[in-house]
Ligand binder design. Structure first.
Ligand SMILES: Nc1ncnc2c1ncn2[C@@H]1O[C@H](COP(=O)(O)OP(=O)(O)O)[C@@H](O)[C@H]1O
Ligand SMILES: [Mg+2]
Length: 354
């Protein structure tokens, strides 16, 4: 299988200090220059504490036609990786190839191979023009004009279900519709690789669901290769053939969702829902893998607890129900559950996703 995205030992470092003002960009630029000079003099600045490594030797391979997920919490380095792949940022080490082209050496070939869709993808749209006029302008930047452009734009608007609203001004469209127009912009190019960075975060749940099925159809019916970055485990589970878990600049696991969760097959999980525990009741007697407060008003809480040979589900359930009873609470539900990707993340990194 040929690889459409190949990343080998990719490294990216940023200056540690980050400031929000406009002046900060100068500062970062000057810092970058200083670092460049220092690197020339002293070689690699591995242990320079003014730099933070946000990609630390990342390896990935995405096959032709694959729907590949990059799953990681905020700050893991997903967007940085996408920016390197779409030639917006230069790597500090390692190599990346898109559609066989080295991203540093052949940026224009890379750009012609990708459609990029990011969560803040609405930049560059003129809000006073119609969706269609915006797309025509965008196509013209790629020297696409006349009938060919019109056909492509109509097709893209159809795919994202915006044909009926294409002639309305951008500023009267809902945020979900705008997001779909932004996707259509990516589709006008008809590139073989779709790079999606948290593409659904600005959509309401229904629009997000529709959007996911559009992209799934593009993958299934048109053979597009998809690299889908998300911090949402359910998206990775639902959509992706394979998932790489990116955590703190490193890939900690990469496999099919099924195989990733199968790693936890020796571990069963007990899910326990309780409410009304006294505040002075202290923490549960067994440390849960994860804790989710469902209703702060009555303290309804869902615990997921790892069980094994010694800590059997029966024993843990008994301990938990004693604790609930002692603290005047109610045990609402207890059941054994199949581990999810969220549990795998907790299990491999020791921390929750959120
Ligand atoms: N231009 C930049 N300058 C300095 N630090 C940055 C810059 N861009 C991203 N970072 C830092 O790099 C880390 C990874 O960020 P990012 O790639 O956006 O992660 P993710 O997309 O997984 O949330 C974060 O700690 C972020 O603050
Ligand atoms: Mg991001």
């Amino acid at each position: 299988m040929s690889l459409m995205v190949e990343v080998r030992g990719l490294v990216k470092r940023f200056p540690r200090e980050r400031m929000g003002s406009l002046g900060a960009s100068w500062d970062i630029y000057l810092q970058g220059l200083r670092q460049l000079i220092r690197h020339r003099e002293y070689g690699e600045g591995e242990d320079d504490d003014r730099l933070v490594t946000v990609l630390d030797g990342v390896d990935l391979g995405v096959g032709d036609g694959e729907f590949f997920g990059l799953l990681g919490p905020n700050g893991a380095g997903k967007s940085t990786l996408i920016k390197i792949l779409c030639t917006l940022l230069l790597p500090d080490g390692g190599e990346a190839y898109l559609n066989g082209f080295n991203v540093v050496e052949y940026p224009s070939h890379v750009k012609a191979s990708i459609s990029v869709m990011v969560s803040q993808g609405l930049r560059g749209f003129d809000q006073t023009l119609s969706a269609r006029h915006n797309l025509e302008f965008f196509a013209s930047l790629y020297n696409m004009r006349g009938r060919r452009a019109r056909e492509r734009i109509d097709r893209a608007l159809g795919i994202v279900d915006m044909a009926g609203d294409a002639d309305r001004r951008m500023n009267v469209l809902s945020s979900g519709q705008k997001q779909r127009v932004a996707l259509a912009r990516g589709l006008v190019l008809d590139a073989p690789v779709l790079l999606m960075d948290e593409a659904t975060v600005m959509l309401d749940p229904r629009a997000a669901r529709e959007f996911r099925s559009y992209v799934q159809a593009l993958n299934r019916e048109e053979g597009k290769t998809v690299l889908w970055c998300t911090h949402l485990t359910h998206e990775a589970e639902e959509l992706c053939h394979r998932v790489a878990i990116l955590d703190r600049a490193r890939v900690t696991a990469c496999d099919t969702p099924h195989n990733l969760t199968a790693r936890m097959r020796d571990v069963s999980l007990l899910e326990i829902e309780v409410s009304g525990i006294h505040h002075d009741g202290g923490p549960p007697p067994v440390e849960p893998l994860s804790t989710r407060i469902l209703d702060p008003a009555d303290g309804r809480t869902l615990y997921r607890i790892k069980t094994d040979q010694t800590d059997t589900p029966r024993r843990l359930l008994a301990e938990m129900s004693h604790w609930v009873e002692r603290n005047g609470g109610d045990l609402l539900m207890a059941r054994e559950v199949v581990p999810s990707l969220e549990d795998v993340f907790m299990y491999t990194t020791g921390r929750p996703m959120g």
